[in-house]
Design a protein around this ligand. Structure first.
Ligand code: LRH
Length: 485
């Protein structure tokens, strides 16, 4: 069989890319067609995504993807970061620019909702962590605006891009599960929660699942990209983290945890059933939906955002010298709670890290190398805590940790994570989300089989690096005590 070429559109918080994946029974080969910056824009007091610029990047990428595939793309799929959305009017036109999840408009919404539904009922129904950016709180904040009053539709970001490409609307389930408006047991909308929050769920188009057909590229898209039609568009696991988990190269039968690293670190387990206990709620674990009826039981950790923000302030773009300096700094001098929402908003990151170290009586990291070291040690510690908590709360055990996403390239972070967890770490692939996106498309066309064989194909074809734990766990145990949660 000739290998088929699929285009994965993968939009991350700091960059977007279009990647061509060639898939056959024994091949899985990715080629980057186009990468473009994702630069949020603050207008007056609101932080927005520049969604039209991202869309232009998608079109440029599809044109290049067509060239790489000799004009023969078997299908296209779109994934992006979670929770955010665009509003459409009755004619299907976008109203305003989507608001960034790091915007502060949701302040006070959780407290308001608390008066209408108990925390236990909210978590028991949705299984979603408390985060100020959950779509639920964003919609509550938006519902007071003139734009919302004019809106007929809410489309999550990948569904919005897919709509522009195909003219067809749907709400993809893995991403919908991050809205806090879906019940992970029934995998359907949580009407009681929406009712309490005053949200009319008919603003969302019907749910669809990874592997479902999403339509075909519209004639004007074919023209804009130079592609020869028809080109199918496939619903993938449109939440980037769900796609990345689908591509974790675990072997059949392995008891594994995963960490999807990039702007965030999403650390946890793949489960068959959600964990909706009070203990799980208190630990702020989330039950997001994965492919094939799985649950992604995980915790959000601030991730390499901490370092990206420092680098933005320092005006540096090359991470390699910082990592080299960090490697030379003594381990675990100062650690912070890398899951603390105080680090969510942009700006003055090094100051906030210093403040957290000071408040817990630890030395304040001063040089760039020391600050970078503090971030990496803190991330490794948060990875360990998430994986330990996930096992305890779900009553499961793991023997190995997989790191996928951009952080898989960060050897120091991977080694520190292995040391902190006391478990072997297998790192790679770095383009986990794009790989998962491509694999779901290929599976929809019958090129590959079940989840286990998808993962087996990744393990067989993509490079990875293995890190063994050093055995010095006592230092991590005592550092953990300095981060009081
Ligand atoms: C990572 C991610 C994560 C969400 C956050 C909003 O890109 O999708 O899973 O929690 O963005």
């Amino acid at each position: 069989i000739k290998d088929s070429a699929y285009a994965a559109v993968d939009l991350g918080a700091s960059s977007g890319r279009v990647i061509v994946g060639r898939v056959g029974p024994d091949t899985l080969e990715l080629t980057e067609a186009h990468r473009f910056a994702n630069l949020p824009v603050r207008v007056r007091s609101t932080l927005h995504w520049d969604v039209l610029s991202l869309y232009q990047g998608v079109l440029d990428g599809l044109r290049e993807a067509g060239r790489l595939a000799d004009g023969a793309l078997a299908s296209v799929g779109v994934d992006s970061w979670a929770v955010d959305y665009g509003l459409l009017d009755a004619e299907g036109e976008l109203i305003g620019n989507p608001v960034h999840y790091r915007d502060t408009r949701t302040e006070g919404m959780a407290e308001r909702l608390r008066g209408m539904i108990s925390q236990a009922a909210l978590y028991g129904t949705t299984g979603v962590q408390y985060a100020p950016f959950n779509t639920l709180y964003q919609l509550m904040a938006a519902s007071r605006t003139a734009q919302y009053a004019a809106a007929e539709r809410v489309l999550l970001i990948p569904d919005l891009i897919t709509y522009w490409l195909t003219g067809r609307q749907g709400t993809e389930i893995t991403n919908a599960s991050t809205t806090q408006l879906v019940n992970p047991l029934t995998r359907a909308w949580a009407y009681n929660v929406a009712l309490s929050a005053g949200i009319d769920l008919s603003v969302f188009p019907p749910l669809r699942s990874p592997g479902d057909a999403a339509g075909e590229l519209l004639p004007q898209i074919l023209e804009a990209t130079g592609l020869a039609g028809p080109v199918a568009v496939t619903t993938v696991a449109s939440h980037d983290t769900a796609s990345a988990v689908a591509a974790v190269p675990a072997r059949a039968g392995e008891r594994f945890a995963y960490i999807c690293t990039g702007t965030w670190s999403l650390a946890g387990l793949e489960l068959d059933v959600p964990v909706l206990t009070d203990e799980s709620r208190a630990a702020n674990f989330t039950n997001e939906l994965g492919i094939d009826d799985t649950v992604r039981y995980l915790r959000n950790i601030m991730g390499l955002w901490l370092l990206q923000e420092c680098m933005r302030d320092w005006g540096v773009t090359d991470v390699a010298p910082l990592l080299a300096e960090a490697a030379a700094v003594p381990a675990l001098r100062s650690v912070v709670d890398a899951a603390d929402p105080v680090f969510l908003a942009p700006g003055r990151m090094a100051d906030r890290l210093a403040q957290a170290c000071r408040a817990s009586g630890q030395p304040v990291p001063a040089s760039r190398g020391e600050i970078t070291r503090c971030i990496l040690d803190s991330l490794a510690l948060a990875h360990r805590k998430a994986i330990e908590d996930a096992q305890r709360l779900s009553d499961t055990e793991v023997d190995i940790v997989y790191i996928v996403g951009g952080g898989a390239r960060n050897a120091l972070l991977c080694q520190l994570t292995a040391d902190a967890c006391g478990l072997p770490v297998v790192a790679g692939p770095a383009e986990g989300a794009a790989l998962g996106n491509v694999l779901i498309q290929a599976r929809a066309q019958g090129v590959i089989g079940d989840r286990a064989s998808m993962r087996e194909l990744v393990a067989r074809t993509q490079g990875s690096a293995r890190y063994e734990p050093s055995g010095a766990r006592a230092a991590w145990d005592s550092a953990a005590k300095r981060v009081n949660r």
